[in-house]
Design a protein around this ligand. Structure first.
Ligand code: FVH
Length: 275
């Protein structure tokens, strides 16, 4: 059984945009890197920089260190690992493929049945920011595993453990993405509204929207559904009325009005609850 993580050695399964960025950052940090990708021909520059290319998944997993998995989705992870199942005993896998809470828990169980351990992950970065100061990676799973793996993985981005439950990295990853997409949707709606009324979209974006969003970020109400957590300065009636104004202005301009639907319901619910 390979129970010790050899800190200098790491395999990366998957050489898409993210897998290549991960392998590159690990090489940069002086790790001994082995790579594998379903479609050959993507390892060229990494090999030129010192990576070794595995001819099979089993070879990459058997190389002796951590195996980072970064594929398209859970189905591709299962498809990739299944043929190597007999070789999994004693291996430690770090799955940085995006997926759901249930998928992370089920993968942990499946690996456990094959004598392998999983540290589940969620990447809070994009390929060009891997290894840069702002990048961080969520991990969940056994704390001892995280403590041993974190120094090996640190060159990818600040390691941040979010709990023993293997599903929690996926949970926080998805929730954070939801917040990001909400902001993007809000920004997109704002620009649509300005454009619909003939405003200068570029100037609005640069001079108003961006500084406004930056100023407001620290004041975002984390969960408008949790009534006990409503801060004093957050008056739900005022917020709900403000949102109604935005929706009315959008309707007048012919811009979409669906965006605030979920928030509108939450705000009015909150208003009734604290009346
Ligand atoms: N790129 C990003 O900005 C985000 C940032 C946050 C985290 N995500 C997640 O990272 C996973 C990989 O994303 P990616 O950007 O590397 O994705 P692609 O460039 O499309 O590469 C996909 C790799 O997956 C391989 N693959 C696909 N299907 C299979 C399969 N059935 N069996 C084996 N491998 C498979 C693919 O191989 P190939 O097509 O070259 O043969 C690529 O290596 C992802 O979960 C993001 O959500 C990235």
């Amino acid at each position: 059984m390979r129970m010790n993580i050899r800190h200098e050695r790491i395999s990366v399964l998957g050489l898409g945009a993210m897998g290549r960025a991960l392998a590159s950052a690990l090489l940069e940090a002086g790790r001994e890197v082995m790579v594998w990708n379903r479609t050959p021909g993507k390892a060229g520059d990494l090999v030129a920089r010192g990576a070794r290319e595995a001819s099979s998944v089993a070879e990459a997993i058997g190389a002796g260190g951590l195996t980072v998995v970064c594929l398209l989705d859970d189905a591709s992870v299962r498809e990739t690992l299944a043929p190597a199942a007999p070789k999994l005993a004693g291996a430690t896998l770090v799955n940085l493929t995006s997926g759901s809470v249930r998928q992370a828990r089920e993968l942990t169980t499946w690996l456990d049945e094959h004598g392998a351990r999983l540290l589940a992950g969620g990447i809070m970065a994009v390929p060009p920011t891997i290894g840069t100061e702002g990048a961080f990676i969520l991990y969940s799973g056994a704390r001892d595993l995280f403590d041993r793996a974190a120094p090996v993985l640190a060159p990818l981005g600040r390691p941040h453990w979010v709990g023993e439950d293997p599903g929690f990295a996926a949970l926080y990853d998805m929730a954070a993405l939801s917040g990001m997409y909400g902001m993007s949707a809000g920004a997109d709606h704002a620009l649509t509204l300005v454009q619909a009324e003939g405003g200068d979209v570029e100037a609005f974006k640069r001079e108003v929207l961006q500084p406004w969003m930056e100023q407001m970020l620290p004041f975002m109400v984390p969960d408008v559904g949790v009534h006990e957590a409503v801060p004093d300065e957050f008056n739900p009636a005022m917020q709900a009325t403000g949102l109604e104004n935005i929706l009315a202005a959008s309707g007048e301009a012919g811009a979409p009005t669906e965006l605030g639907g979920h928030l509108r319901a939450s705000l009015w619910r909150m208003r009734s609850a604290i009346r």
